[in-house]
Design a protein around this ligand. Structure first.
Ligand SMILES: [Zn+2]
Length: 287
């Protein structure tokens, strides 16, 4: 799933390609992906793109009083096309959710791999009309995201595991399953640690780890086209998705805890005092 660094890089890349161009038309292939009906997607035709920005993991294309907002969800992606085929899109079962065609016949496809179709598009007058954006917590890269703010967030989260607090979009915007693993590995914290149990020193380390992890990922992604971003994300991650590989810090094996629809990765030596975390699913299977 694209998280803050990838969506930021997509926004930066698309800004250079879209701003100043008018939208010729928006074609929808997966009607369930479009979550709004007023204004209709056809209202975007003829409007000039003025901005491309990010809110949490949402991509926001601003056009002359309207916004096309996209949440790529787990399997969604943007595919740039220098030349859009003239044949209109046919609604169907493929990965193509929608296509935005510009005045010079370039444009981009919104695609979604996998069977769970969660990619969501919204045509709105104000991005805050999108419920997921209205709910977003503070952006971890904004100047307002101070050490004091993180201290308050963790205190308010109570016994919630720190991994869950980092991933909760209404608490902190933009960090998902992958970058929460990365941040916690950098901060040498157990993902299961209750949020309100961190010492002042641990909160300071976590605060710095959030900034450095996201900044590093963004600078690695900077200047990469959408087509190259996925591979870059994979190679740049230290623990997430690297079960069984050696920890780049201490050499211990990277372990995993599995859940129904996802998994987390961590290093026991770096993060949990050498003790592997309980994997409820595994222990249930072993009974
Ligand atoms: Zn380690």
């Amino acid at each position: 799933m694209p998280e803050l660094p990838e969506v930021q890089a997509l926004a930066d890349d698309l800004r250079g390609r879209l701003v100043g161009h008018a939208v010729a038309r928006v074609e929808i292939a997966a009607f369930s992906a479009l979550k709004t009906f007023d204004p209709p997607a056809t209202a975007l035709s003829g409007l000039f793109v003025e901005s491309v920005s990010r809110h949490g993991k949402f991509l926001d294309v601003g056009l002359d009083g309207l916004h096309l907002v996209v949440h790529l969800a787990r399997g969604g992606w943007v595919r740039w096309r220098d030349e859009i085929p003239p044949k209109p899109l046919r609604p169907g079962k493929g990965p193509l959710a929608a296509r935005v065609v510009l005045d010079d016949d370039s444009g981009f496809d919104l695609t979604e791999a996998g069977t769970q179709k969660r990619l969501a598009m919204y045509v709105v007058r104000d991005p805050a009309e999108v419920p997921g954006i209205a709910r977003l917590g503070p952006d971890p890269l904004s100047e307002d995201f101070t050490l004091q703010l993180l201290t308050d967030i963790l205190a308010a989260a109570g016994r919630t595991q720190v991994k869950g607090t980092l991933r909760d979009q209404s608490v902190i915007a933009g960090i998902g399953n992958a970058y929460s693993d990365e941040v916690l590995h950098v901060a040498k914290l157990s993902p299961y640690k209750p949020s309100n149990s961190l010492t002042a020193e641990e909160v300071a380390v976590l605060h710095a780890a959030i900034a450095s992890t996201l900044d590093d990922a963004i600078s690695r992604s900077h200047g990469l086209a959408a087509s190259e971003l996925k591979a870059e994300k994979k190679t740049g991650l230290r623990v997430h998705g690297r079960t069984g590989e050696p920890c780049p810090v201490c050499g211990d094996v990277i372990r995993e805890v599995s859940f129904a629809d996802r998994s987390l990765q961590y290093c026991a030596t770096c993060q949990t005092g050498g003790k592997p975390l309980a994997d409820r699913r595994m222990s249930r299977l072993l009974k």
